[in-house]
Design a protein around this ligand. Structure first.
Ligand code: PMP
Length: 453
């Protein structure tokens, strides 16, 4: 191992005493990750794991990128900080670069996290309507199962009760509609005769809430953390039409789907829609430094320009868009471009599709859903009834993967019946050997489950 047993015990003791872990109950024996290289991380005992979730869907270019570390160090020595009340070179260059990645022209507002980026989107949307004589337009429509962040507004937008209970009241004005979940269509429709009731549910929500009260719709192109819910191809274009019809802004959360994960620069580009606002974080820097951005269409931005001071966007963020994070993002995007990682993402997804073909008939696999290189494997008790796999079954598979050196994720919290989707989202820089390792590990874990019955 990398540290001796005594040192390990002392680390664990301090961890137990001082560290409050995210999202877990009291974790008495956490994995202590010590280093990372490419798609692999190593714990302090020297065990290697393939980081099948890229951390939390974020380390798109893989671990151990020296060029990013060097860019950060250089920038820190040149200029560690400047506010964006003024401007600085990395912020300017990054905003221009993001405009190359996006379709159409957007103004870029920087902050630190995906949650921040969504809060900014909500505030800009409300102020936009205010300045256009529609101050009553303040509500947002979101979907059940969606996750949009941990702050009061972003949590309001989130459609997962278990993350919200005990923290209410949250930001108000968020209404939720059923997601485009074809495997378990909330409207009982069949693929062949689908009339997109899930998209019409958004229109219904706007109509019955009152179009004059609705500011925007927020959605991920594909619901990722909430279970890899991939809509049919005509869903997002229809939502765009509905938004246009009612003067409702379309906010697309690209925090996970962006930066190549989907096989396109941004997830929404798979559906050829143009959002009014795009929020991004995670893969923007591949998590080497905290940074997020809210991209606002020029048309929207225009209503904030050349007006009296009272119509400025009243929002400041001390660390947001700091020179170091922006320089890290620029270096990260240069790597994605140079190594062709957007295309690589699709190749990884195709390899999953082919390599996991045998699982399509597995008694506990309901459906495998792939978007770019992100994948959800929906586990069931049996394929006919589609009863969601038990918490024990899901947990045992995740533990088995880990014991074979593969870290995977799952959707949502441990609510029985709702946390039955195993997720993978490996670094886009994963080698063919890495991808083969993921496939073989999954086949072997699922094979053992069949044998055990
Ligand atoms: N939006 C989506 C779709 C996310 O998955 C997340 C984080 N998992 C967020 C927003 C919030 O990002 P952060 O944790 O950086 O605040």
């Amino acid at each position: 191992g990398d540290v001796d047993p005594q040192e390990k015990e002392s680390l664990l003791e301090k961890d137990r005493k001082y560290v409050w872990h995210h999202m877990t109950a009291h974790n008495e024996n956490p994995m202590i990750i010590a280093s990372g290289e490419g798609s692999w991380v190593k714990d302090i005992d020297g065990n290697r794991y393939l980081d099948g979730m890229s951390g939390l869907w974020c380390v798109n270019v893989g671990h151990g990128r020296r060029e990013i570390a060097e860019a950060a160090a250089e920038q820190m020595m040149k200029l560690a900080y400047a506010t964006l009340v003024q401007s600085h070179i990395p912020a300017i260059e990054l905003a221009a670069k993001l405009n190359e990645w996006l379709d159409g022209e957007y103004r870029i507002f920087y902050s630190n996290s995906g949650s921040d980026a969504n809060e900014v989107a909500f505030k800009i949307a409300r102020q936009y309507h205010h300045q256009n004589g529609k101050p009553s337009k303040h509500k947002f429509i979101s979907r059940h199962r969606a996750y949009h962040g941990n702050s009061m507004g972003a949590l309001g937008a989130t459609g997962q009760a278990q993350r919200k209970l005990k923290y209410e009241p949250l930001g108000v004005g968020f209404q939720h509609v059923p997601p485009p979940y074809c495997y378990r269509c909330p409207f009982g429709q069949k693929k062949e005769s689908c009339s997109l009731q899930c998209a019409k549910a958004i229109e219904d929500a706007i109509v019955w809430e009152g179009a004059d009260s609705v500011a925007g719709v927020i959605l991920e192109p594909v619901i990722t953390g909430g279970g890899m819910i991939v809509p049919s191809d005509d869903y997002l274009p229809m939502v765009r039409e509905i938004c246009d019809k009612y003067n409702v802004l379309l906010i697309v959360d690209e925090v996970i789907c962006g930066f190549g994960r989907s096989g396109k620069p941004f997830g929404h580009q798979n559906y050829k829609v143009r959002p009014d606002i795009v929020t991004m974080a995670k893969g923007l820097t591949s998590a080497y430094s905290p940074l997020s951005a809210t991209a606002v269409s020029v048309e929207l931005y225009e209503s904030f320009k050349e007006k009296e001071a009272t119509s400025h966007f009243r929002h400041v963020n001390t660390f947001g868009g700091n020179p170091v994070s922006c320089q890290v993002a620029l270096t990260n995007l240069a790597i994605i471009e140079k190594e062709g990682l957007v295309k690589r993402s699709s190749e990884i997804g195709k390899a999953f599709q082919n390599g996991l073909e045998p699982l399509q008939h597995h008694p506990h696999v309901g459906e495998i859903r792939i978007f770019g290189s992100a994948m959800g494997i929906e586990l069931v008790e049996d394929r006919i009834s589609k009863i969601p796999a038990s918490v024990e079954r899901v947990t045992s598979m995740i533990v088995a993967c880990k014991s074979k050196g593969l870290l995977v994720g799952k959707n949502g919290d441990t609510v029985p019946g709702y946390a039955n989707i195993i997720t993978l989202s490996p670094p886009l820089s994963s080698t063919d050997e890495d991808v083969t390792f993921i496939i073989e590990t999954l086949l072997s874990v699922f094979g053992e489950v069949i044998e055990k019955g």
